[in-house]
Design a protein around this ligand. Structure first.
Ligand SMILES: *Cc1c(COP(=O)(O)O)cnc(C)c1O
Length: 413
């Protein structure tokens, strides 16, 4: 009853060990082998788009290689969704390119297509050069507005790199996320829809592209016995052990996705009618989010117990406590943080053993990216101020969700 309810934990299917055992018995304890190839085939079948998939060591590596696949080089500009996890943007810097952050629209919380169009026109006017790529994210599993985004991308003839790290199994117009851009990124980190304990994949447009990605992922080795190199390579291939976990997870992928969707519907049914709380939903029938995390927005008018203390305690617990913020950003008080009712709800729920989290803080408000261009409309900051992620995932039962729902109701003044 008093067990902690965590935000999102992965769960094993029971099939993983047999694949790992097979790998050990066959001496395939290396970053290639039958599990890697098998997992790639599983993913290709799951996506159902006839696109080749390359299994990699992380989603971040997939983003990095996706940019390389698109020929993004030092000094190029790359349009990126501002409201995301930093891993969508960091690889732009790995290749020495310049991230240009684009704000979100309110329906999906993803990149605003109209603002993207305006931003691209303005970049060309300012720099005389076309941005090299567009990184679109499906945040919390919600597909971006692909029809409009792809129209803008086609108009300017700029390729899309789709960050579907959170959107495994999400669909738009009946097609799986990860298959809309020139390249698509999947993640199997420990907190994602399915896990390989840490891993990712890049969905490629064709065999030629996947060969090129494979080449860069395996140290850019040319076919000589003495290891000839003409490019800088990376060690980004997925381990055969990790891939074994992935193959085991594929047995339950559909079940987990259904469970996440059920969880969001359950929160919607039981919290959706509480004044001041809005559960994030599919904008229309074309969108079918996997609801990797269920999320909610709190109205400014909603009063939560303990609001007066929310930030006072946040300062002491974050700066003083274990896991204290280190380095330059040690001051937790910035000019952009969640509203006090959101912070009070998070702290109140934590006291009741329930873990929640604010939404991703927009990249244009992150100290590390503040020097780069951004095109803003206020949407991502407003979402960040009002939003909270609720416990989701295979371990969160209906009983757990009832506890979360009742706890939230008990904290409303
Ligand atoms: C998790 C995540 C990534 C990175 O994936 P890793 O496998 O953790 O490297 C990239 N983008 C988004 C939006 C993510 O949530």
């Amino acid at each position: 009853m008093n067990d902690r309810i965590l935000l999102r934990m992965c769960r094993m299917s029971g099939h993983e060990m047999s694949f790992i055992t097979e790998a050990f018995e066959g001496e395939w304890v290396v970053p290639l082998g039958p599990n890697v190839t098998g997992f790639e085939k599983d993913l290709e079948k799951f996506l159902g788009a006839g696109l080749p998939v390359v299994a990699l060591s992380s989603g971040t590596a997939a983003l990095h290689l996706g940019l390389i696949g698109l020929g993004v080089k030092e000094g190029d500009e790359v349009m990126v969704q501002s409201m995301t996890f930093s891993a969508s943007v960091n690889p732009v810097r790995y290749v020495g390119a310049i991230p240009v952050m684009v704000d979100s629209e309110e329906d999906t919380w993803n990149m605003d297509p109209d603002l993207l169009d305006i931003a691209i026109a303005d970049r060309i006017a300012k720099t005389g050069r076309k941005p090299k790529a567009i990184v679109v994210v499906c945040l919390y599993g919600m597909p971006a507005k692909y029809e409009q985004i792809l129209k803008v991308a086609e108009k300017w003839e700029i390729p899309v790199l789709e960050d579907a790290a959170e959107a495994f199994g999400s669909e738009y117009d009946g097609r799986k996320c990860g298959c809309f851009g020139r390249y698509g990124v999947l993640s199997f980190n420990g907190n994602k829809m399915i896990t390989t304990s840490g891993g990712g994949a890049l969905v490629c447009p064709d065999e030629e592209a996947s060969k090129k990605i494979m080449y860069f992922a395996t140290q850019a080795r040319l076919g000589y016995a003495y290891y000839q190199h003409k490019d800088i390579g990376y060690n980004y291939r997925m381990s055969n052990i990790s891939a074994g976990i992935g193959r085991g997870q594929m047995y339950v992928a559909e079940e987990y996705i259904a469970h996440h969707r059920h969880r969001q519907q359950y929160y919607k049914d039981n919290l959706g009618n509480v004044e001041g709380i809005t559960i994030h939903c599919n904008p229309d029938s074309r969108f079918d989010s996997n609801f990797w995390l269920s999320t909610a927005l709190l109205a400014d008018s909603l009063r939560i117990k303990g609001e007066e203390d929310a930030y006072a305690s946040a300062v002491t617990s974050t700066v003083g406590g274990a896991g204290a913020v280190t380095g330059q950003g040690a001051d937790v008080h910035t000019d952009c943080e969640p509203n006090t009712n959101v912070e009070a709800l998070r702290l109140g729920l934590a006291k009741l053993g329930i873990e929640t989290r604010p939404l991703w803080k927009p990249m244009h408000r992150q100290p590390v990216f503040s020097g780069f261009p951004s095109y803003c409309n206020g949407v991502s900051e407003s979402l960040f101020h009002r939003g909270i992620c609720l416990p989701s995932g295979p371990y969160v039962t209906d009983n757990d969700a009832d506890r979360v729902i009742n706890a939230i109701k008990s904290l409303i003044l």
